[in-house]
Design a protein around this ligand. Structure first.
Ligand SMILES: Cc1cc2nc3c(=O)[nH]c(=O)nc-3n(C[C@H](O)[C@H](O)[C@H](O)COP(=O)(O)OP(=O)(O)OC[C@H]3O[C@@H](n4cnc5c(N)ncnc54)[C@H](O)[C@@H]3O)c2cc1C
Length: 373
C-alpha cells in the first residue's frame, strides 16, 4: 500500500507483525534444534531478502549507505522475536554485506539469486585454538581447504557461508564464498553453550573441500579492513538490545500480573532498566548510522561503535540483574520465559575483545577530544 501523504511507509511492516507470533509460537526451541519453520516465516516476510541491495530486490539493509536507522529497527525487532533467530539473520546480513562491499559483480549476482531462492548465509571467521584453523592452498583453477571453524552459528543448516581462510604460502587471509551441503562436516561444540542453543552454534571441518578460484572474495586483508571489521559489532548489539526490550516487556507484564506495578522499588528498578535500553538505542542509532553511512573518519566510526557496544552490553547486564531482583526466584524458574531470554542474552553478549574495544575507543576520544554533542 502507498504511504499516506507525509507518513513514510513501514518497510518492516510484515516483520513487525510477525514478532508476537514468533515470541509465542514455541517454534524456537531451547535446544540445539534449527528453527526451520521460524526462518521460513521470516523469509516469507522478507527478512532474508531485506539485506540485498535495492536493485537486487532487497531493502539495502547492511548493503547500502543511509539505511542504518531501518537496519537498527530490523535487527532490534528480530532480537525481540528471539535472540537465536536474530543471531542467524544478523550473520546473514553480515555475510551479504561482505559480498556487497568486496565481491565482484558475478559473485553478487549469484548470491542475490540464491537469497531470492531462500538461501540463508552464515559468516564463520572464528578459528579453533591451536593449529586447526581453516587454511587454503591455491592451485591454478581450484583451492584446497584444510581445517575448520569454531562457533559457527547455523552449522549444518545454513545453505551458504562466507568464511576466512589462511593462505599460508602467501601469509594472507582471504574471504571465501562456500556453498554448503558438500564435503564439509558440521558437529556440535565439544561443550554446549548455556544459552542461544537454537542458533545451533557448532564447529565445521572443511578438510577435503575444494572450491573454484572464482570463490575468493575481494583482496587479501579485506576482512580486517576498517571501519567495517570493528564497526560491524553494532549489528550484534542491535539484536542484543532487542533481547533486552523483550526482557523488560516480560518484566512489565509479570509485575502487573502480580499486582506489583505500583510498588516504588519495582518502579525504580524498571525505570533504571528502561533508561539503559533507551540510552542504548540512541547510542546505536548514532553509531550505527555512522557505520552504515561510511562518511566519517574510520577511527571515529570504530570508536563510536566501540562505546555504543560497551554501553549496550552494560545496559543488558544491568537489565538482567534488575529483572532478577524484581521477580526474585521466579526469574530462575525454567518455564518462565525471562529465564531463557536472560540466559540467551548473557551468552550472546560474549563478543570478542571487550577490553580492547573500550581501551581503543577511550584512547581515541582522549586524544582527539570528546564526541560532538
Ligand atoms: C551465540 C554465539 C554465536 C556465535 N556465532 C558465531 C559465528 O557464527 N561465527 C563466528 O565466527 N563466530 C561466532 N561466535 C563467536 C564470537 O564471534 C566470538 O568469537 C566469541 O564469542 C568470543 O567470545 P569471548 O568472550 O571468549 O571473547 P574474547 O575476546 O576471548 O574475550 C574474553 C575476555 O578476554 C579478554 N581478552 C581478549 N583477548 C585478550 C588478550 N589477548 N589478553 C587478555 N585478555 C583478553 C576480553 O576482553 C574478555 O574480557 C559466536 C559466539 C556466540 C556466543
Amino acid at each position: 500500500m502507498d504511504a499516506l501523504i507525509g507518513v513514510p511507509a513501514d518497510e518492516l511492516e510484515h516483520i513487525r507483525r510477525l514478532v508476537p507470533s514468533l515470541q509465542n509460537s514455541g517454534l524456537v526451541a531451547d535446544a540445539a534444534e534449527f528453527p526451520a519453520e521460524a526462518i521460513r516465516r521470516l523469509a516469507e516476510a522478507g527478512a532474508l531478502t531485506a539485506p540485498l541491495p535495492i536493485a537486487s530486490g532487497g531493502l539495502g539493509l547492511g548493503t547500502e549507505r543511509h539505511r542504518g536507522r531501518v537496519l537498527l529497527d530490523f535487527l532490534h525487532l528480530l532480537g525481540q522475536a528471539s535472540l537465536p533467530l536474530g543471531r542467524l539473520v544478523e550473520a546473514h546480513v553480515n555475510a551479504l554485506r561482505i559480498v556487497a562491499r568486496y565481491g565482484n559483480t558475478a559473485q553478487q549476482t549469484v548470491v542475490s539469486a540464491a537469497v531470492r531462492d531462500g538461501a540463508l548465509f552464515a559468516l564463520w571467521v572464528t578459528d579453533p585454538p591451536g593449529d586447526g584453523g581453516l587454511s587454503m592452498v591455491a592451485g591454478d583453477a581450484r583451492l584446497a581447504l584444510t581445517g575448520g571453524k569454531m562457533f559457527c552459528s547455523g552449522a549444518g543448516f545454513a545453505s551458504h557461508a562466507v568464511v576466512t581462510a589462511a593462505d599460508v604460502a602467501r601469509g594472507e587471509t582471504r574471504l571465501l564464498l562456500v556453498d554448503l551441503g558438500g564435503l564439509e562436516h558440521a558437529s556440535p561444540l565439544p561443550a554446549s553453550l548455556a544459552g542461544m542453543k537454537a542458533a545451533v552454534t557448532g564447529q565445521v571441518d572443511f578438510t577435503g573441500v575444494t572450491l573454484g578460484v572464482d570463490r575468493v572474495i575481494g583482496d587479501p586483508g579485506d576482512y580486517l579492513r576498517e571501519p567495517d571489521f570493528s564497526a560491524g559489532a553494532w549489528r550484534s548489539s542491535a539484536v542484543a538490545l532487542g533481547g533486552l526490550h523483550r526482557l523488560l516487556d516480560l518484566l512489565r507484564l509479570q509485575l502487573i500480573g502480580r499486582g506489583r506495578q505500583d510498588d516504588p522499588h519495582q518502579r525504580a528498578r524498571f525505570g533504571q532498566a528502561l533508561i539503559g535500553h533507551e540510552a542504548g538505542w540512541l547510542l546505536l542509532e548514532q553509531a550505527g548510522t555512522m557505520a552504515e553511512d561510511l562518511e566519517a573518519d574510520s577511527a571515529r566510526i570504530v570508536s563510536a561503535v566501540g562505546l555504543a557496544r560497551i554501553a549496550v552490553e552494560r545496559a543488558c547486564l544491568d537489565g538482567i540483574e534488575l529483572m532478577q531482583r524484581s521477580l526474585g526466584i521466579g526469574a530462575f524458574l525454567t518455564g518462565n520465559p525471562v529465564e531463557r531470554v536472560a540466559r540467551d542474552l548473557q551468552t550472546y553478549l560474549r563478543q570478542p575483545a571487550a577490553d580492547e574495544v573500550l581501551h581503543n575507543a577511550a584512547g581515541y576520544f582522549m586524544v582527539n577530544g570528546l564526541p560532538a554533542a
